[in-house]
Design a protein around this ligand. Sequence first.
Ligand code: SF4
Ligand code: SF4
Length: 445
Amino acid sequence: MSVISILPVATFQRRTFSGPTEARCFDTEHGTHALLVDGSRVYDVPADFESRLNEAAQRGPAAERGLLASLGLLGDPAIDAPLAPPVVNALALAVSEHCNLACGYCYADGGSFGANAPKHMNWDVARRAVDDLLARVPAGGSASLAFLGGEPLLNRDVLRRATLHAATLAAERGVSMRFSITTNATVLNADDAAFLAQHAFNVTVSIDGERELHDALRPTRGGGGSYERIVARLGPLLGSDLRVSARLTVTPRHTALRATLEHLMALGFHSVGFSPSLSSRDPALQLSAGELDALLTQMIECANEFERRIVKGDPYPFSNMLAALQELHRGTHRPLPCGAGAGYLGVSADGAYSACHRFVGDPRAAMGDLDHGIDDAARERWLASRHVDTQEPCRSCWARYLCGGGCHHEVLNRGRVACDFIRGWLAHALAAYVRIAEQRPDYFR
Ligand code: SF4
Ligand code: SF4
């Protein structure tokens, strides 16, 4: 039986079928398709494939794999387990464990990560972290340094010295160096923008939408709004060569996301992305199951507009959709949601390593410190215990190698409350991927 149809554009992934835990079927106006979970491959399938897969699934994953193997669709497993800790080539420096805003949902507890007093990283800690990072990366490799907080520009001297030091060392060692910053932009000045542009930073500005909504969610410590301050400071950033993204934390108060998305695009951001508030300091600002359903509806409305515009050839920089399509086209398959504890670590103001920037000071994800070095045994334990194939209910979820099991920080703090939302979003993205591939075959080139 021939089940694979050949797509008109050879650069696309093969499209065929799939099933309950090893594959997932879906329909579009272009036919029936399936995601093959291992390797995230998308296929065209005959209409009866879903029933055959469902029948096999009732007998268990081995029967599903048997069906896939019988059709020549089962290769070597794409996911390694256990994972050996890779070289750490990315650090996030918490140069400022302090913030001038008081966002109610902040994972960093207003920048201080639960500490009694705000802290700034001193130059010696920053220099040693950069030295450590670049000592591990071989010539010809790449490394990245991210600045997050708190608000990193509250410690701009150390941020700049660390950047210059890393750029110099990387050039001497033949390492390609990338920089990024996530900022609330309230203290950013023209000189900062020029510095960030000179070092080709990826810049993400945290902003929560229109003035009233943003000011309610991201007030200053004095209680005033921060929207006007941010917008007044965007000019030099957006007028430079930098790619500047807006990141919006979606709370239950966001009920008109498409208008909010287009408001942020109109401000001039090169891309705009949404991040659901799942684990908030103020529980009223984290999304419930019902609110996540409503969010999915709103996200799909934004995605449908994205699709309409892309098919017409107009840009619509909705980064959640851009990222989903890119990952599907690449065939991304991963056993973890991100690089936390793998190639990426956070560094606290006092020089402690943690799995990522959100786990500063959190013993659940401590990974050594600058005095004693990176704790590779802790990383190994982390990678083994966080592997999606060892997590329930992830190990039998069709979305496992696209999702990776969800942000560790959110899952450890709140549990897996967003699974239906994640699967609903991926299901929509899969169908959109096929539709765009059919209508704009040049889009993925
Ligand atoms: S976190 Fe939820 S959606 Fe993601 S792999 Fe696990 S079960 Fe699936
Ligand atoms: S654990 Fe969560 S916050 Fe940390 S890097 Fe991963 S996705 Fe991001």
